[in-house]
Design a protein around this ligand. Structure first.
Ligand code: A2P
Length: 275
């Protein structure tokens, strides 16, 4: 059954959640409902995805008690700064139809790198108000995290970053661990392309009677991190959470480690510009 991690504030977070990146707004309700029915309780959306309303509708329709679900959304890049952050948070809560959010993340320390500290202080205000139970970040580097440590009073509970066997982020994971920050992986199965065709994954999958995607998601679980795979297909949605009935050996983990190419699929947060 599902395993979870403990955030520094005492909250627990499941190690497998459902990500809705790139699910079109008008097509969001069905996959989120399928995910909740398959057993997911952690749902990860973002203002920038445009599908918060669908997530909210699916949550209400599911009939699962609100306190059993863990809902994350993220501040979009155009809304940095104190006042815009507070307004954008209100807009998200309206779209989601929630009174309290479980986790609010800064989506990127961007667009300009000179506002995220002010934004983070607004996150601290939101947390103090009780409207969000935990605050964290996404796509932060050691350097951008260090500025938050130096200039504010709150360490993010979590940093959500690109992470998969081709880009395993060992150094940042170690830095997170030193600061009690949970690591959460976006594009955990490498966007379903290329990575899943690696012969090593097929071999390990066959040995365990699992699929390559399940092997990769189990690898995330055994690294001690959270992964939020996306799918719109009910079978794959269900498959991706069925990773708690087998275990990868040290040898399996070592073979998966050979897939590290050091190549990202998405933007590099240290150099990205969205302008
Ligand atoms: P689909 O939505 O058609 O299932 P990531 O979460 O790493 O970004 O990967 C998401 C991509 O991987 C989507 O294109 C999704 O397609 C595909 N995908 C999701 N689950 C699986 C799976 N179990 N096997 C193969 N592809 C998958």
């Amino acid at each position: 059954s599902m395993t979870s991690l403990t955030l520094t504030n005492g909250m627990t977070i499941d190690q497998i959640g459902f990500g809705v990146f790139q699910i079109p707004p008008t097509e969001t309700v069905a996959p989120v409902r399928a995910a909740i029915e398959a057993g997911y309780r952690l749902i990860d959306t973002a203002q920038g995805y445009g599908n918060e309303e669908g997530v909210g509708q699916a949550v209400r329709e599911s009939g699962v008690p609100r306190d059993e679900l863990f809902i994350t959304t993220k501040l979009t890049n155009s809304e940095h700064g104190r006042d815009k952050t507070l307004r954008a948070f209100d807009a998200s809560m309206d779209k989601l139809g929630l009174d309290v959010l479980d986790l609010f993340l800064i989506h990127w320390p961007l667009p300009m790198y000179d506002q995220y500290v002010e934004t983070w202080k607004a996150f601290e205000e939101l947390h103090a108000s009780g409207r969000v139970r935990a605050i964290g970040v996404s796509n932060f580097t050691k350097e951008t995290l260090q500025r938050l440590f130096d200039e504010t009073d709150t360490v993010p509970v979590l940093n959500q970053i690109e992470l998969h066997p081709r880009f395993p982020q060992a150094e940042l994971r170690e830095f997170h661990a030193q600061h009690g920050i949970v690591t959460e992986a976006w594009s955990p199965i490498g966007q379903g392309k290329g990575l899943l065709d690696e012969p090593v994954l097929a071999e390990i999958a066959q040995a365990h009677g699992k699929t390559p995607a399940q092997v990769v998601l189990r690898w995330h679980v055994q690294l001690g991190i959270v992964a939020i795979p996306k799918s719109v297909n009910p079978e794959r949605i269900a498959q991706n959470i069925q990773v708690f009935d087998f275990e990868l050996s040290d040898d399996d983990m070592a073979r998966i480690a050979t897939l590290d190419t050091g190549e990202r699929m998405g933007p590099d947060p240290a150099t990205a510009s969205f302008r």
